[in-house]
Design a protein around this ligand. Sequence first.
Ligand SMILES: *[C@@H]1O[C@H](CO)[C@@H](O)[C@H](O)[C@H]1NC(C)=O
Ligand SMILES: *[C@@H]1O[C@H](CO)[C@@H](O)[C@H](O)[C@H]1NC(C)=O
Ligand SMILES: *[C@@H]1O[C@H](CO)[C@@H](O)[C@H](O)[C@H]1NC(C)=O
Ligand SMILES: *[C@@H]1O[C@H](CO)[C@@H](O)[C@H](O)[C@H]1NC(C)=O
Length: 492
Amino acid sequence: MLALEENPNIQSKQSSSTIEFCSRKLSVCFLLFFAVIFVLFQIGLWVFPFSSASSLSWAFFQQSGGKVFNDTTQGQSCGVRHDEYYSEKLLAKLRESVTFLPLKDLRFEKTAMDGHTWFISSLNDTIEAEGEPEFLRFPSEASKGRLLCVKGRSPNNGGMNSYALAWRDALPPGSTLLTGLTFVSDAYYDYGNLWHGITAALPFAWWRLRRGCVVPSRWVLYRSGELRLQMGKWMEKLMEAAFDGSVAVDSLDGADDRPVCFEEALVHRHTGGNMGLEERKAVFEMLRCRARAFCNVGVAKDGDSPPPPLRPESVTLTMLLRNGARAFKNESLVVGVFERACQAVKGCRFLVAHSDGLDFCDQVRILSSTDIVASPHGAQLTNMIFMDRGSSVMEFFPRGWLELAGVGQYVHHWLAKWSGMVHRGAWRDHHGDECPHGPGARGCFDFYKATKIGHNETYFAQWAMQVLNQAKLRKKDGAAIAGDPSTECPCT
Ligand SMILES: *[C@@H]1O[C@H](CO)[C@@H](O)[C@H](O)[C@H]1NC(C)=O
Ligand SMILES: *[C@@H]1O[C@H](CO)[C@@H](O)[C@H](O)[C@H]1NC(C)=O
Ligand SMILES: *[C@@H]1O[C@H](CO)[C@@H](O)[C@H](O)[C@H]1NC(C)=O
Ligand SMILES: *[C@@H]1O[C@H](CO)[C@@H](O)[C@H](O)[C@H]1NC(C)=O
């Protein structure tokens, strides 16, 4: 009857005779109906008896929330041959019916990062409480107990890589099961850049902090569905610090084009997404503390005596400089201006560092003892997160950014807020080279991105004095709170 209702053509052809027959022989109809139900029920019992071999049927009833059956009949011999035969057949069918869909769903290209995003687009996220990051979890109630399986290793086409959901009893043929917990990250940008990397990793660090300090067995990284084989060095070190040792980024190799299924998977695909400010602050607090511990900040190097603690009212101003794109046109001049400003303030210590030559722990060490970082716009400024809470950030932009860079130019304002720093504003160069493609033309942003930054001596001197005095006042008030080395980091 259901089929008839769904198909009006068949219904219209047959309905008149059916109704006629039934109206005359209503009682016969009922009898027939119950007879059919009875037979179906018997077949059902015969195909799925209370079987010990049928973990599948047991799984089904578990998944559906039913508590009807229990495998208490373990060891009963009645019908076992049939059970095994049919459940094996069904499992085989289930295995073959696991359907792979593209990891990157181009139907959602225009709203790539909205809602369910274009990555694993058939499923919605689970958010347990407001402010917590959005995750997909496998297996879970939302996945109906199914595991996440992936296939393909394309590094440049997310539509060529695919995913499927499968019950553990019926994983797709030829698949490999990776045990333990896997962090699966899909980012809109990449894992090489410090800023993009850290925003992608933040939700996972949050998970560690808030969910019993778990450490994953492996990470699987995607960028818009494209497989990524590594994080940048800086990111990798930060994650090592956060997650107690080496970070295993799985390249899914050895799987060729065969599926890989994860015993347990935690997927984040929003590059931070809706994470609340308090949650972000808590994660950065953990990252700062663990990175300092990882790099032995404040601990004497072999044989040396520990560095003397700075006087509480002293202030360290660090210029964190770049080479190449967005370096200062006249670096020595700019450094001179800031150095003189520092000299004019009692208790000011002045440092100059070029981020290019520094390894991870050098950066952690320098920023840990910095109260004010002055640096051109760029990924190196992400190191601000290692300063004491309440420290200051001064940023410099080349020409063209205000007009062309969109919201991206405010990333370090956001980062300062998330990590508990104070962004003391940005200086923008208005006098750089003209874009050769004509104002507003395509390619002008890339042109400006690669240019160098000029200076305004008067402005820099006044600005530096102002920020130095603010920082000193703040420190005196005790508003800047150092990571207390006597307390242990979270998840130690
Ligand atoms: C299944 O049976 C076992 C053994 O009798 C019992 O301990 C268990 O609680 C039962 N489980 C359910 C879901 O009824
Ligand atoms: C996901 O959410 C959207 C919007 O709320 C809804 O229309 C859709 O049915 C949901 N999909 C699933 C699989 O729950
Ligand atoms: C930088 O500025 C100093 C001081 O004004 C000047 O002597 C020097 O020539 C400048 N260097 C460059 C490369 O412009
Ligand atoms: C440099 O900064 C000073 C102080 O803010 C300002 O008065 C002056 O106009 C600026 N010079 C240029 C060339 O922009």
